[in-house]
Design a protein around this ligand. Sequence first.
Ligand SMILES: [Zn+2]
Length: 154
Amino acid sequence: MLSKFISLFIVLVLLSCQPFIKRKPQSLSNQLPGPNWQKVEMIVTAYCHCTSCCGWVLNDKKQAVYSYGKNKGKRKKVAYTSSRVYVQHGTIAADISMHAYGTKMYIPGYGLGVVEDIGGKIKGKHIDIYFTNHQNALEWGRKTLSVQILKPSS
Ligand SMILES: [Zn+2]
């Protein structure tokens, strides 16, 4: 009887953790742009997971909540992307109506990344690349670059 409860408990814990995946770092280093990659001129800006880059604040209970937009005041999982994976160097926010989740991009001066996130201002030929700290994101600024793109294989 007790073991039934324990296994039910484990199942519940697993279910509650499921929506957010703290994934293993992807190994992208062995993939370099090849003939199937398409070159596109894009505006490349940068972000990190901080309050100003990702639009969140701590509420009076010290919980992270959205600071503006339609989810204002609602709890936010800091450092998780819209595709619910943990951010890392190589995480790209894009207009997913043009570049689906999973699209790989090679950005000169940054390296390889994967589209895993979206952003309110990220539309059309504009992508936002993730840096682990705000200073590096600031230093990147805004660049127009020839980005190489590989659509996910279907
Ligand atoms: Zn930041």
